[in-house]
Design a protein around this ligand. Structure first.
Ligand code: GTQ
Length: 345
């Protein structure tokens, strides 16, 4: 079964030269690189980005580069396993920290990858998606699904910062990533769907027979409601940890095709040991302090920090005070591909 496979060096040089000239290579010396036994061998390494370190760098970008010269003023969080400049934080998840200064706008564009914004700091920022104005308040989750026009604006008086998560690495890998630019969108003069059609969970507008909802019916998930829901769940369900999935209010399915999101609450002193998952993950701390052990790495986190875990990582969260974390993962993609898996520790 697990015999040692032949190596390239074992083969005569003339044969190797002839193969190279014909544009072929033997599979067996490289087979285990792409089909390791038992579990994948991730390139991704756990990452940790302290907000205290990112914020001044982002503010400096604000001084050095006007938004017109940046289109999106973003610092990319590079996976330590791939090195600085890597445009991915895990195998499938891109992360960037974006700054918009008062009065600025980031121009309208549309692209094939999907994005989500987790608002980190500031008031008065907004994203317009397909004409719907989505206010960005701290902790909110704001979707800009692939194929939807979006631009960002800022009506407040202080800097606004948010974390972007995109399925960009996947689209780049597929050679399917591109964008188009256009004029700023006209904004419909009404609150976003979380305040109108989906104000109450469990209720959705009645429609004429055959009339469908939008594919992405709700694109803003206000943090105040999420936090309240987590607190009630912890209070009445027992235990010291709660986790909620962000779902499409019309279908109950994941909110985007490839990326999924959860909100976690860990009460003071809680320890959480999830199963090993085939999905990779990025975690953004909304509030609280604690540490997470990802394989052998101990990550001491505080408010507004971001950290990552590769596929099949052994993860242990410990909260030193009540903590709230948003988890970004790629389970929806893996389920569509038919291989999402959880293993006991
Ligand atoms: O705000 O549309 O971090 O297109 C990277 C690509 C943000 C955005 C990023 C983008 C955006």
């Amino acid at each position: 079964m697990s015999t040692q496979l032949g190596t390239l060096e074992e083969l005569p040089q003339d044969y190797r030269d002839d193969m190279a000239a014909a544009g072929v290579a033997p599979l067996w010396p490289m087979m285990r690189n792409v089909l390791p036994h038992g579990a994948p061998r991730p390139v991704t390494k756990p990452g940790h980005w302290e907000f205290a370190a990112l914020r001044p760098l982002l503010m400096r970008a604000g001084e050095l580069t006007p938004v017109e010269k940046a289109e999106r003023r973003v610092l990319v969080l590079s996976d330590p396993g791939r090195g600085t400049g890597a445009m991915q934080a895990t195998s499938s998840i891109y992360l960037g920290m974006q700054l918009l200064l008062p009065g600025e706008t980031a121009p309208a564009h549309v692209h094939t990858p999907s994005a989500v914004r987790i608002i980190v700091e500031g008031k008065g920022g907004y994203t317009v998606v397909d004409g719907e104005k989505l206010p960005m308040e701290e902790g909110d989750l704001v979707l800009t699904p692939g194929g939807e026009w979006h631009d960002h604006g800022h009506e407040g008086t202080e800097p606004v910062i948010w974390l972007d998560a995109l399925d960009l690495p996947l689209f780049v890998y597929l050679e399917g990533s591109y964008a188009e630019e256009g004029p700023l969108q006209a904004q419909r003069n009404r609150p976003d769907a979380s305040q109108v059609e989906y104000l109450a969970s469990g209720l959705a507008p009645s429609r004429k027979h055959g009339a469908g909802a939008r594919r992405y019916p709700m694109m803003r998930y206000p943090w105040t409601r999420t936090k309240e829901a987590l607190r009630e769940l912890v209070k009445y369900n027992g235990g010291d940890v709660a986790e909620l999935d962000y779902v499409n209010p019309e279908t109950g399915a994941d909110v985007l095709p490839t990326m999924g999101f959860t909100a976690m609450m860990l009460t003071k002193g809680a320890k959480e040991e999830p199963p090993l998952r085939s999905s990779s993950a990025a975690f953004h701390v909304i509030g609280g302090k604690g540490r997470t052990i990802v394989n052998d790495r101990v990550i001491e986190w505080g408010p507004k920090d971001t950290f990552t875990a590769p596929v099949f990582a052994k993860i242990t969260h410990q909260a030193d005070e009540d903590a709230y974390i948003i988890r970004v993962h790629d389970r929806p993609l893996q389920e569509k591909l038919g291989y999402y898996e959880e293993r006991s520790r």
